[in-house]
Write a protein that binds this ligand. Structure first.
Ligand code: GPV
Length: 812
């Protein structure tokens, strides 16, 4: 199939000469400059366009194949996407890396120079946003027809600067220089209503007219999402808020009231202005709810539009469409689809409800009660009056169902209601998400189990078959092939080909090489070379990394207690046989999360103190690079020896950094939390440093009445560490952190301290035997193939989506 046939367009060339020609043509005609005057940025933009052209051609073939087969589609709705840098990925996925390197040389630049100009779109906070990016990658790799929908925030996750004063935040104007990877599609613009009131329709009980008080436009653009080793190119479609022409007040402008003239337009466009920088905590702000509805309303209309291009009526909608809700953030899609079907398309309520329930599926990503979104009824009523009415009706019918199953159980009705009546009445989005979907999944075995047993136990009792597990995964292309080219080459050599990049279970064949001394030696020297590249500490030291968002449940404070303990031990015995360690922290804290920011600041202060200490600094170095993001993760992960996954058991839904690190041969020190459990089961208990309470013991400890002071009083080393923190040498912040640990210690840090220290001693014993360590490292990589996002997508496809791949033909 050649889509250019009859168009007069020529095929894009595959030779170096042709690539070069295209590059020069793009430089001249699209960038409007010449070889003589091309800046690095000109070269970057031009190269990006030239690579993008190759993918655009595959995209056209993909769209044609999808159109022809009218398949069942997956629509992934997510408030966040952390896509990572695009150039290197797209060079890899389009197979043009070598051509590009040669061609840009002719412009006087190296590929590395140009990659430095490639800014990652930071449209997410952490794990949830990065997971969305890994899943869309794997959807394309598995040839599944899919679109990811999201918001094109003008400002992404803040830029972080770390100093001894802790974290400061700066705006991230990621597209300041433009974004060559994006295709605007203004024709697919949608109008979104907010506020206003509803009016009854005479003669109809369920239908209403909603008269919004404000209309904002959503303008889409899309980024290409190529599959690896296949022809499919899917898209992520991102919505920008735009004021309508009418919102500019020309008469005020003419009267010199410039600010007032644009006031309404500014308000409208603020909807997609900035990503909320909180991570797994509920944020009760009207603008956030507006963002959620904006995403949902634009995306659903687009989904319906696409469906109607190929189908008539509504009978096949749920058959052709599955909409995956990435946590509760897009859950208003449930009442919104009801509103479209009932009010606008005039379907009967029951039929609309059947379609809606069959269309949606919900992934829950947390167990933290404070992360389960709820919205004040009063806010909902003002912003989305029609949706609140629909939610009330959904809830009434749902509670009837519960009452029929459990007659007279009023407490159960209260617990399960979509409306929470304790204190201010609130809409419980997780309940709405469970009620309005066909499948609900957690993101790791333990997490899914705890969802069924605790947070959503009543729902699991009512609908046991609805609850599933789909363990998270990560992209092996981005997190091994691109991030760790040396290791990739060695693996490819060891396995005799690159097939593992699409079939990660093949890594298991490395097991045979784990005992091969020369292979092991090369493995070790690669780790060392990656540390040299990272440049953050002695490459021969044990590189101990804790890279993730700052949150008390993740327990960076426990790691800090370990640092202070090492500090004390070295000071007490300066001549000891200490293992040099580089401890690397990286991650952001929500700007309003003061306790987390205190921990960052304390780490930075302790790091400086250690640095200045001539006795300790030869053995212990604490580094905290600023602005952890996907790009920085790709540099740190390949250099890590030890992976810190030390959350309180029962709190981390899954973790995905744990998987990336294990795949790159870091050995985990961790609790029985989230996906750690599955990592340990696969890599083997002897290749994993386990410590701490399990989730049930942790819950029991709380029930029994936890007293952190007990541990303080009975463990001299712990006492010394906390006393040092509180002594004043680290200022107020040391006081506050120690005070919180001794006062209530929400995440049972002190209870796990001794076990953690002992596990770290075990780490040191293993490190003293380099051959043993290297073998453990190789076995971690070998047995982590399960954690490919390709497997995750296959699980979703089989258990939840029931979709089949649609292959896209090669170009003739
Ligand atoms: I809810 N997660 C996140 O990054 N942001 C959120 O708002 C919520 C969850 C994370 C979980 O904390 C991780 O355990 C998990 O690995 C990740 O989502 C992807 O599932």
């Amino acid at each position: 199939m050649d889509l250019r046939q009859g168009t007069g367009l020529r095929k894009l060339g595959k030779t170096a000469d042709e690539f070069q020609q295209d590059l020069l043509s793009n430089l001249f005609y699209r960038r409007g400059t010449t070889v003589e005057s091309a800046s690095a940025r000109d070269a970057y933009e031009t190269l990006s366009l030239t690579v993008r052209d190759r993918l655009a051609e595959r995209r056209a073939r993909t769209a044609a194949a999808h159109y022809a087969s009218n398949p069942r589609w997956v629509y992934y709705l997510s408030a966040e996407y952390l896509l990572g840098a695009q150039l290197e990925q797209n060079l890899l996925y389009s197979g043009t890396g070598d051509l590009a390197a040669e061609a840009v040389k002719a412009l006087g630049f190296s590929l590395e120079d140009l990659e430095d100009l490639d800014v990652e779109p930071g449209l997410g906070n952490g794990g949830l946003g990065r997971l969305a990016a890994c899943l869309v990658d794997s959807l394309a790799t598995r040839d599944i027809p899919a679109v990811g929908y999201g918001i094109r925030y003008d400002l992404g996750i803040f830029r972080q600067i770390i100093t001894e004063n802790g974290q400061t935040e700066l705006p991230d104007d990621w597209a300041f220089h433009g974004n060559p990877w994006e295709f605007p599609a203004p024709d697919d613009r949608q109008a979104v209503g907010f506020y206003g009131h509803t009016e009854p329709i005479p003669g109809s009980e369920t239908r209403k007219i909603w008269v919004p008080g404000e209309i904002v436009l959503g303008e889409p653009s899309h980024m290409l999402v190529p599959g690896y080793g296949t022809e499919t190119v899917n898209i992520v479609r991102l919505w920008s808020a735009k004021a309508s022409e009418a919102s500019f007040d020309l008469s005020r402008f003419s009267a010199g009231q410039y600010a007032e003239a644009v006031q309404e337009a500014v308000r409208a466009e603020n909807i997609s202005k900035v990503l909320y920088p909180d991570d797994s905590t509920e944020l009760g702000r009207e603008l956030r709810l507006k963002q959620q509805y904006f995403l949902v309303s634009c995306s659903l209309r687009d989904i319906v539009r696409r469906f109607r291009l190929r189908n008539e009526g509504w009978d096949t909608f749920a058959e052709k469409t599955v909409i995956q809700l990435n946590d509760t953030h897009p859950t208003i899609a449930i009442p919104e689809l009801m509103r479209l079907l009932v009010d606008e398309y005039e379907l009967e309520w029951d039929r609309a409800w059947e379609i809606t329930r069959k269309t949606f599926a919900y992934t829950c990503h947390t167990l933290l009660p404070e992360a389960l979104e709820t919205w004040p009824v009063r806010m909902f009523e003002k912003l989305l009056p029609r949706h609140l009415e629909i939610i009330y009706l959904i809830n009434m019918l749902f509670l009837r169902e519960v009452e029929a199953r459990f007659p007279g159980d009023h407490d159960r009705l209260r617990r399960m209601s979509i409306i929470g009546e304790e204190g201010e009445r609130r809409v419980r989005m997780a309940h709405l998400a469970v009620v309005g979907t066909e499948a609900v999944n957690g993101v790791a075995e333990l997490h899914s189990k705890l969802l069924r047993e605790t947070v959503l136990d009543d729902f699991a009792e009512l609908w046991p078959a609805k609850f599933q597990n789909v363990t998270n995964g990560v992209s092996p292309r981005r997190f091994i092939k691109i991030a760790n080219p040396r290791l990739s080459d060695l693996i490819t050599e060891g396995l005799g080909g690159e097939g593992w990049l699409r079939d990660l279970d093949r890594l298991a064949e490395l097991e045979h090489l784990a005992g091969d001394a020369s292979f092991a030696e090369r493995w070790q020297s690669i780790k060392r070379a990656n540390k040299v590249d990272l440049g953050l500490g002695d490459p021969d030291s044990l590189t101990d990394v804790m890279i993730k968002r700052f949150h008390e449940y993740k327990r960076q404070q426990l790691k800090l207690l370990h640092v202070i303990t090492l500090y004390h031990r070295i000071r007490a015995n300066p001549g000891g046989d200490w293992i040099p360690r580089t401890i690397l922290f990286a991650g952001k804290a929500a700007p309003a999360y003061h306790a987390a920011k205190d921990i960052i600041r304390l780490i930075a202060t302790v790091a400086a103190r250690i640095e200045a200490d001539p006795v300790v600094s030869p053995y212990l170095k604490v580094v905290f690079p600023s602005n952890y993001n996907v790009t920085l993760a790709e540099r740190i992960i390949p250099a890590a020896d030890l992976s810190e996954q030390i959350s309180l058991a029962g709190k981390e839904a899954s973790g995905t950094g744990n998987m990336k690190l294990a795949l790159n041969g870091a050995i985990t020190i961790g609790t029985l939390d989230g996906a750690n459990i599955e990592i340990r089961a696969r890599v083997g208990a002897e290749n994993f440093f386990l410590f701490g309470m399990d989730a049930y013991q942790a819950a029991q400890t709380r029930i029994n009445g936890y007293d952190p002071r007990h541990f303080y009083e009975h463990d001299a080393e712990l006492r010394a560490a906390l006393d040092t923190l509180a002594s004043g040498i680290f200022g107020d912040v040391g006081h506050r952190v120690a005070g919180s640990l001794l006062g209530w210690d929400e995440y049972l840090t002190l209870a796990d301290y001794r076990g953690y220290i002992e596990a770290q001693e075990e780490v040191e014993r293993a490190w003293r035997e380099p051959a043993r360590w290297t073998r453990m490292s190789i076995l971690n990589t070998a047995h982590s193939g399960f954690f490919s996002a390709d497997r995750t997508v296959a699980d979703y496809a089989a258990r939840i989506w029931r979709v089949a791949p649609v292959p896209v033909q090669h170009e003739d």
